[in-house]
Design a protein around this ligand. Structure first.
Ligand SMILES: Nc1ncnc2c1ncn2[C@@H]1O[C@H](COP(=O)(O)OP(=O)(O)O[C@H]2O[C@H](CO)[C@@H](O)[C@H](O)[C@H]2O)[C@@H](O)[C@H]1O
Length: 446
């Protein structure tokens, strides 16, 4: 069985958040089960690949050329889809993102003909199941929702001018949503199977509170919807072998954790107090604004904050200001820093993740793997992966009071090291989830 992944991010080639971790590591686990996956990724600026040729596709009434590259990572083959408007330094954040990814999907649809399963990830690839139903290729389709909040919504006139799709698809194939085109909706309606990244989130998105306006659509398609919990690349995220750490450790040789902690506090200029790490995209979802609101209370509780993240410019400014005014207690590093992220996961005493919603969440899994108990809001995949008082701490309300409650629980636990070690000894690997995906592909292909 040949499986194609189509996605906008894959670690190590292009990463903004957790989507990249999943697309970059699930194929390795499937490979261990004997399944070959090829990943179709936009050829972003800076990705090194071999130019292998070109293909043609239709866009905006013209024949267009797409350059094709090959790359490989840990035995997994990548096809780099080379379109001019992807040669930029970031994957997204441009006014023409919708158009760019529609082009990417249309070009990729021409390239996946020999695959039995085409597995599309998030809105950037959500057009593929519809294109399959229109006969562009014949594989069975799986659509995975990593984040329902980003749906790919755009003006229908422009969409039809670019794609040239038959007009009846607007209502007939699930593209129309409140007067616009919605690619997420089309992915859900047209795919043979829809998955999301935790069982709890699979349920939450069928409710008006968690459905982001698509709960009705998801309820109508509930029979083909399932939640498969994400795994981690446990050889990459491994405190015993992590090249970014000076002091390796594991649950049985825990002494290195304290040494990494000392280094981290020195690096960030923090006082010797319980230190909570935050490594996050600065997006509304993540509740980083709530951390800012809780700062006075957190300082009163006697904890430090070590914050790494970027995104929302107001939040970046807020944390820069806080770091300048709370020297020794709150450190903030703006940007995306792989090495520092590892040092925070390893060196912090606890990990704060006050998400408003969370499809699965990998940061809390990484924190647990590094023996850093997560303090999380009881929602989505956080509920499925953290056990209160056993492997981490949970709070209910998405506000400053909730965060302070969670941190108080963390501080009063009599055996935080026990919590840390229990957290570390869990199995976060892809082994189980990869079996679930393989089972799904087999059901579809028959
Ligand atoms: N400034 C920074 N520097 C370095 N690394 C940084 C960073 N900011 C974030 N990261 C890294 O990005 C990843 C974040 O992954 P998450 O799954 O926790 O959230 P995200 O919302 O991005 O993913 C979405 O997709 C994933 C995958 O399905 C779901 O788990 C999740 O719930 C959903 O919201 C982690 O590897 C983290 O270390």
């Amino acid at each position: 069985m040949r499986v194609a992944f189509v996605a906008s991010e894959a670690f190590p080639f292009a990463k903004v958040g957790g989507l990249a971790d999943v697309v970059g590591s699930l194929p390795q686990a499937l490979r261990r089960l004997g399944l070959e996956v090829t990943i179709f990724l936009p050829w972003y600026w800076g990705i090194e690949g071999y130019y292998v040729g070109e293909a043609w596709f239709n866009f905006a009434g013209q024949r267009e050329k797409v350059g094709l590259g090959h790359a490989e990572h840990q035995g997994v083959r990548y096809v780099l889809v080379g379109l001019g408007d992807f040669a930029r330094d970031r994957p997204y954040g441009y006014p023409d993102d919708f158009r760019r990814f529609v082009r990417f999907a249309m070009a990729t649809a021409e390239l996946v003909r020999e695959f039995e399963v085409v597995h599309a990830h998030d809105w950037q690839a959500a057009l593929l199941p519809l294109l399959r139903n229109l006969g562009w290729f014949s594989g069975r389709t799986v659509y995975t929702i990593h984040n329902l909040a980003y749906q790919g919504v755009w003006d229908s006139h422009e969409f039809y001018a670019w794609t040239g799709l038959p007009g009846e698809t607007y209502y007939g194939a699930g593209l129309e949503h409140y007067g616009s085109v919605n690619l997420m909706k089309a992915g859900i309606v047209n795919a043979d199977a829809v998955t999301t990244v935790s069982p709890r989130y699979a349920w939450e998105i069928t409710t008006p509170e968690g459905g982001e306006g698509l709960d009705g659509v998801l309820r109508a398609h509930q029979g083909k919807l399932r939640g498969i919990l994400n795994g981690l690349d446990t050889s990459y995220w491994n405190p015993a072998t992590d090249p970014y750490l000076k002091h390796p450790y594991d649950a049985d040789n825990f002494a290195g954790k304290a040494l990494n902690r000392k280094e981290l506090l020195a690096e960030l200029g923090l006082e010797d107090r319980p230190t909570l790490g935050v490594v996050s995209r600065f997006a509304h979802q993540k509740g980083i604004d709530l951390v800012a609101e809780a700062v006075d209370g957190l300082m009163d509780l006697g904890v430090n904050l070590a914050v790494l993240g970027s995104g929302d410019a107001n939040l970046e400014r807020t944390f820069s200001w806080l770091a300048a005014h709370l020297r020794g207690r709150l450190a903030y590093v703006q940007g995306h820093h792989e090495a520092l992220a590892h040092r925070i996961y390893a060196g912090a005493d606890g990990f704060l993740m006050p998400s408003r919603f969370e499809p699965c969440g990998l940061a809390q899994l990484i924190a647990m793997r590094y023996g850093t108990p997560p303090i999380v809001r009881a929602v989505g995949g956080l509920l499925d992966t953290v056990r209160h008082w056993e492997t981490g701490f949970m709070f209910e309300t998405p506000d400053a009071g909730g965060i302070l409650h969670g941190v108080r629980e963390f501080l009063k636990h009599p055996d935080r090291e026990g919590v840390a070690k229990r957290a570390m000894r869990q199995d976060f690997s892809w082994d189980g989830p990869a079996q679930a995906y393989l089972g799904l592909y087999r059901e579809l292909v028959g």
